[in-house]
Structure formats: structure tokens, C-alpha cells
Ligand binder design. Structure first.
Ligand code: SF4
Length: 385
């Protein structure tokens, strides 16, 4: 189950997630967040009942900035979910921004059964942070990380971005060293993506962004540094110490079922026997979410049927992001065909180009091959028609 918390302390210039900038200390923001948690719990209850969910293997509370809810509200949300869910999820992640993940919030998470904290660090380099109008300040980051590490020793993940304004190889290396000194068990290293419509896409930013080749070199150097430190790349942008991969995200990449609650959240339910599915998504509109008559999932969500052809494409798209490749057994049982039967020419062509790992009997992309994922997928989709 994915829960979307649509509040942030500000709006970062590169971000295209749905979120509203609020002053969390203001009484009207507090009332809004209280009302939101009530609606969220009611929505989660409706969905669990409507879809007859018997097990929730993973829970992910993302956003936005869930830590902005504060300790008491986060505790109420976690206790409410605990009472609703048919089982205690094997993995429970909460996203947090370092500056709002204070001691009370972390205690509330730990007491509420949260097993992972996922921190939006992005960079310690203040010029890069300021250029993106990233919320928070690098001066307090180390203190914030020390606190998180105390509550979640080897139990937290952090996001870093390569290709930021004013970032050099030395700056990125220093970001990685500083982060690793706090002992995270998982790091997501993203390439900065300039999404159309975000302030970063405006022409005035072009002069301070690294050109594409430089940004690629930065990311590659970051990947090498993480691997040298013992982190294993298990997906395009994700690195973990052994046994510390994010089980929730692996479920997305395997195209397993998930429910989504909160504005802009989506859920996908797949019928394994037919190889078809349904995707439901709430519009990115908090007011509409709060005002929707219950059950909101039927009245306020956009719903799309996923036929076999669409699901085969998505399973290939998601599965090849992982170093272990797609789950071939699951694919065959859903679609009564193997991946090799769906895209024989693409596989043969890319086998010759070294896309797959030689040490694997399966269809697992090699470390080098993963860099060419987009081209591989273009060929695969052309072959699927
Ligand atoms: S804190 Fe995160 S979700 Fe909020 S605006 Fe910044 S990048 Fe987006």
C-alpha cells in the first residue's frame, strides 16, 4: 500500500510530485492535516474492504514530506493503519526530510512500526541546494542525519542527485562520503531530470546545469563510489547493502498489486489468471480528495483497464530496470508466454551487444547493459508493436 502525503515546507524547483507548500506550524495547516489524516484512514479502510485485501506485505508512506505531519499526527496515522491492516507489513517505510525529522517524529515512527526511513538529502552542497531552492539548509544536515542514524542504525535510506547546478566530481564524492559516514543501508542516486513545466526547465537555469555528458560522468562516478563502499546496484538508481533492498519498490518493478491512497496516488490490481489489470489514480487535488463522498475510490478516482498488451509492455519496462531482470516465472504464469517468445529479436540482438549478464541463466541486465536500458526498451516496444 502506498500513501501519499501532499504537504511540503516549500516547493523545490525541480520537483513535479503533487504537493502543497504549507507552514506546518500555522493553525489552518494543522486543521488541514488533521482532516487529511481522517480522510486518508477512511479511504484506506474503504479500499481494504472493497478489494478484499487479505495481506499487505509492504507499506510506503511517501510524498510530499510525511515528516511535516509531525510526531502526534504521524503516530495517529500509523496507529490507525495498524488497526486497519489485516497484518503488520513486513516492511514499512516513511519518507522524511532531514529538517523535519526531529526526535519526536522519529520516536513516533519507531514506536509505530516503521522499519525504514527514506531521507531526501539530495546534496550537502549549499550552492546546489540554493540554486534548486531545496527546502532545508546544509548547515544542519549532519546533525539531522546523526539523529536519524541513532534511531535507525543501518535502517535508513537517503536520496542523492547527480548533475546538480555547480556540482563537480569532487562535490559529489564529498556528498557521498559525508552521507556514508552516517551508515545508511540504502542509497538512491538519481540523475537530475528536468521535468517540463518545473521552474528548472526555464531557460535561465541552462547556464548553471552541467551539460548531458558531464551529468552522465558524474552519475557514473557516483555509482562507482557507492559500489566501492559495498553498496550493490539492484536497480537503475538504487543501491543497497546486502539484504537491505527496498521490498516495496521491488513490488512495483515486479508489477505486483498495490493500493494507493491520497491525492495523486495510484494503485494497480492485476488479475494473474487473465493477465489483465485495473489502475486507479486519484487526481492531484487535495480539495477534491477531502470533499469526495465515500468510498472515494469509486467516485473520485480515474480508472483505466490494462489489457494484456499494455501489461506485457509494462512488465518488460519495469522488470528490466532491475539487475536481477524481470521475474520470468511470474511473467509466464500471467501471460502464458515467456518473455523470450514476446521479444525474441530484441533479446538476440542485445545478447550480442552484452546487455545481459554472462553469469546468469536468466535475463538479468549486466552492470554495463543497464546504461543502455532506454535503447533496449525502444527495440522491445517496436517488436511488441
Ligand atoms: S521536498 Fe520533496 S516532494 Fe517536496 S517539493 Fe521538494 S522535492 Fe518535491
Amino acid at each position: 500500500m502506498y500513501i501519499h502525503i501532499p504537504f511540503c515546507a516549500g516547493a523545490c524547483d525541480y520537483c513535479d510530485f503533487y504537493s502543497l507548500a504549507v507552514n506546518a506550524a500555522a493553525p489552518d495547516a494543522q486543521r488541514l492535516m488533521d482532516a487529511f489524516v481522517n480522510t486518508l484512514l477512511a479511504d484506506a479502510a474503504d479500499q481494504l474492504e472493497a478489494f478484499g485485501v487479505e495481506e499487505v506485505p509492504t507499506l510506503y508512506i511517501g510524498g510530499g514530506t510525511p515528516s511535516l505531519l509531525g510526531a502526534a499526527r504521524a503516530g495517529r496515522l500509523l496507529a490507525g493503519l495498524d488497526a486497519l491492516l489485516p497484518n503488520r507489513p513486513g516492511e514499512c517505510t516513511v519518507e522524511a526530510n532531514p529538517e523535519s525529522a526531529d526526535e519526536d517524529f522519529l520516536r513516533s515512527c519507531r514506536d509505530g512500526g516503521v522499519s525504514r526511513i527514506s531521507l531526501g538529502v539530495q546534496s550537502f552542497h549549499e550552492p546546489a541546494r540554493q540554486a534548486l531552492r531545496r527546502v532545508g539548509h546544509s548547515a544542519s544536515l549532519e546533525e539531522d542525519l546523526a539523529l536519524v542514524s541513532r534511531y535507525y542504525p543501518r535502517g535508513f535510506s537517503a536520496d542523492l542527485i547527480a548533475g546538480l547546478p555547480f556540482q563537480t566530481g569532487a562535490v559529489l564524492q564529498s556528498d557521498i562520503n559525508r552521507l556514508l559516514s552516517f551508515d545508511p543501508c540504502h542509497v538512491s542516486l538519481y540523475s537530475l531530470t528536468v521535468e517540463p513545466g518545473t521552474p528548472l526547465a526555464e531557460a535561465r537555469f541552462q547556464a548553471i546545469l552541467p551539460v548531458a555528458d558531464e551529468a552522465d560522468s558524474l552519475w557514473l562516478a557516483g555509482r562507482d563510489a557507492l559500489e566501492t563502499a559495498g553498496f550493490e546496484q539492484y536497480e537503475v538508481s538504487n543501491f543497497a547493502l546486502p539484504g537491505k533492498q527496498c521490498a516495496h519498490n521491488i513490488r512495483y518493478w515486479r508489477m505486483e498489486n498495490w493500493l494507493g491512497a491520497g491525492p495523486a496516488a495510484s494503485g494497480t490490481l492485476i488479475n494473474d489468471h487473465r493477465g489483465t489489470g485495473v489502475r486507479r489514480a486519484y487526481p492531484p487535488d487535495l480539495d477534491a480528495y477531502l470533499a469526495a463522498p465515500r468510498p472515494a475510490i469509486q467516485s473520485a478516482a480515474f480508472s483505466e483497464e490494462l489489457d494484456r498488451a499494455a501489461l506485457i509492455k509494462e512488465s518488460i519496462l519495469m522488470g528490466f530496470r532491475c539487475r536481477s531482470g524481470p521475474d520470468r516465472e511470474l511473467f509466464r504464469s500471467r501471460f502464458s508466454r515467456s518473455i523470450e517468445e514476446c521479444i525474441p529479436q530484441t533479446i538476440a540482438r542485445w545478447q550480442k551487444r552484452g546487455f545481459f549478464r554472462q553469469d546468469s541463466a536468466g535475463l538479468a541486465p549486466s552492470r554495463h547493459g543497464l546504461l543502455f536500458l532506454d535503447s533496449f526498451l525502444r527495440d522491445a516496444f517496436a517488436e511488441l508493436g
